[in-house]
Ligand binder design. Structure first.
Ligand SMILES: Cc1ncc(COP(=O)(O)O)c(C=O)c1O
Length: 386
């Protein structure tokens, strides 16, 4: 820190220069992120309400009311308008909250969580923090959790099952109806991670596309993660956690008496938290409506199919599986996929690399010209390496 501060203009200039190395969504080179340029209206709204703190909800009761309305809107999208929940910092916090709730509902007497090997690493963090043990189940030939193995793994020590609705690596949806039946039959907490898929799957049906069902319509589902800062176009931070009803979350609620707005019962991981996030998400849901989000998803799905078709036509690479949502996995039988990824990165493509495939996410910031340019480079690279 300098002894005497610098003028604002000079600092803005400095910041712009310093940040030039950062990637931008606008460049179209980011093809491996689940986040995107936030919607301009959401940015406008967000910037106006930075002082709102939902860690002190009775100081900002009107903001808290907007958050409740957001949760109700998500609830209706996910077949349960009575859902209870919060806008949190992201999918990681949402998944931690779900497992924390499950552990405390079981009175800390059970410690094993069953989930697939393709579940997000936030569950590893949650398990470490909460003293839980993850039992990771292999996938079936459709890259979903193997249901039979889930059933066989349940013991009297099983505290929760996690199902994915849009895996991080391939966008696959686990057989949620079956997981729900298993959870109900064994009286086990079932959490669904729809951090990414939650803003895609409900709109596929609107578009007449096949959409695996995953939400609260299945009675075994206790909670769902759905993140506005991924396909919801909201500014970061905005994750979402929904519980079937208020009673589920009681075991992690804490009464806080010292707050300026008056005593509150809080069941989030963090204390002070952004009210602007909730207000921006509320504004965006009201502005875009279902039709607006369906249009965003339609555009992304069209790009996904163009990408998938393009990959099919390039010698040396192929699709890991037919995309369910706007995530495409590219593998190679003859070539080293790590090498292909390295060459793509040299050409400036910010793609995701998994052990056996490259992941492309066709996000709202992606344009057809970006997809075509990517396919041209992929073709050239596979030719060179082949
Ligand atoms: C399926 C899934 N769950 C959870 C998360 C974690 O979300 P966040 O990065 O917002 O904490 C991700 C992130 O990519 C994800 O893909």
């Amino acid at each position: 820190m300098y002894e005497k501060g610098l003028p604002k203009n000079a600092l803005f200039q400095k910041i712009k220069t310093r940040l030039q190395q950062d990637s931008t969504y606008r460049s179209g080179r980011i093809l491996g992120s689940m986040c995107t340029e936030p919607h301009s209206f959401a940015k406008q709204v967000y910037m106006q309400f930075l002082e709102k703190n939902l860690g002190d909800p009775y100081l900002f009761p009107a903001t808290a009311e907007l958050e409740r309305e957001v949760i109700q809107m998500f609830g209706s999208l996910l077949s349960n308008p009575n859902a209870y929940g919060y806008i949190v910092s992201g999918g990681t916090e949402a998944n931690i909250l779900a497992l924390w709730t499950a552990r405390n509902l079981a009175k800390r007497k059970k410690h094993e969580v069953i989930l697939s090997v393709s579940s997000h690493f936030s569950f590893d963090k949650a398990a470490d923090l909460l003293g839980l043990k993850l039992i990771k189940i292999e996938l079936n030939n459709r890259f979903q959790v193997d249901i039979k193995a889930v059933e066989e793994t349940i013991t009297s020590n099983t505290v929760a099952i996690v199902g994915n609705a849009g895996t991080t690596d391939l966008g696959v949806v686990d057989p949620i109806p079956e997981l729900s039946k298993i959870a109900l039959a064994n009286d086990i907490y079932l959490h669904i991670d729809a951090a990414f898929g939650g803003f895609v799957l409900p709109f596929l049906k609107n578009l007449g596309l096949p959409a695996p069902a995953f939400d609260f319509r299945f009675p075994g589902v206790h909670s769902i993660t759905i993140d506005p800062h991924k396909m919801g176009l909201a500014p970061i931070p905005a994750g979402g956690i929904l519980f079937r009803d208020t009673s589920i979350v009681e075991p992690i609620g804490m009464k806080v008496s010292y707050l300026a707005g008056g005593e509150a019962n809080l069941a989030t991981l963090v204390g002070t938290r952004s009210g602007a996030s909730s207000i921006a998400v509320w504004a965006l849901l009201m502005h875009l409506g279902r039709a607006g989000y369906a249009a965003v998803v339609k555009r992304c799905m069209k790009l996904t199919w163009t990408l998938a078709e393009g990959v099919r036509q390039i010698d040396g690479v192929s699709l890991v599986t037919q995309p369910t949502i706007n995530i495409v996995g590219i593998k190679s039988d003859g070539l080293d996929v790590q090498l292909i990824a390295r060459e793509l990165r040299k050409k400036g493509w910010a793609i995701s690399l998994f052990p056996h495939h490259i992941r492309i996410v066709a996000m709202p910031h992606t344009k057809l010209s970006h997809v075509k340019a990517f396919l041209d480079d992929l073709r050239e690279i596979t030719k060179k390496l082949g």
